[in-house]
Design a protein around this ligand. Sequence first.
Ligand code: FES
Length: 228
Amino acid sequence: MSAPKAGQPDSPPSSWPEAKQNPGWAGDTGEFAQLSEADVRGNAYVGVRPKDGGLPVVAGSMPYQIAEKDPEAPIFVGPYEERLQKILGEYPDRQNALLPALHMAHEIRGYLSPATMDEVAERLELAPAYVRGVASFYTMYNLGPVGKYLIQVCTNISCNLCGGDAVFEAFLKHTGTEAGETSANGLWTVMEVECLGACGFPTAVQVNERYLENVRPENVPDILAMLT
Ligand code: FES
C-alpha cells in the first residue's frame, strides 16, 4: 500500500474500518480506578534501559534499540561485556546465548552487518554460517542500517481493527518515507510489524525502545515533533 501524497488528508480509504481509540487502559476500571497508569505500570516501562543492563533477569535479552547507534562501536567491552557475562551465566552453553548476544550487538550498532555477525560468532565460538542463519531468520533483527528513530507500527488484528493501517500511513506521510526505507535526513525508518504484544492498547507503536499506545493518525505529527 503506497503512502498518501503530500498534502492529502490523513483520513484512511473508506474501505477501512473507522479508527477507534481505546477508551482507556486496562487499569482504569474497578477498585483501583484512582491509580494512574504510571502508578500501576511504572515509568520504567517506557524508560531508557540503563547501559549496565538493568535487571539481571532481562539483561541483554530484550530487542532494545537506542537512538545513538554507532555501526563502528565495540560490542563486547565495558558494561556490555558485563552484560554478556550475565547472559552467559544463565545458559548451559554459548549457543543458547546467541539471541541475547545478537540483541546486544543490534542495540549498540543499530543493525547486524555480516562483519558484526562474524564478530558475535567469534566471541561465542560458533560457526559464522550458523550465526548468520539465525540472525536472518528473525525479523526483529535489522540486517541493514535504519534511521535514528525506528518506528514500528503494529497492523496485526487488534491494532488493525482500531485503524492501525491509517496510523502506519500517517507515519509514512509525515516522515516522507516509503515503508522500510530510511528518510534522506537519516532520522526515520517506518516499518509495519506483527503483534507488539500490546493488543489491549491499539494501535501500538514502538519507537526504538519506547512503546506508544492508543496511537491515532492525528497523534502522529505530535509524536514526531516530540522526537526531534
Ligand atoms: S495486535 Fe497490535 S499489539 Fe497485538
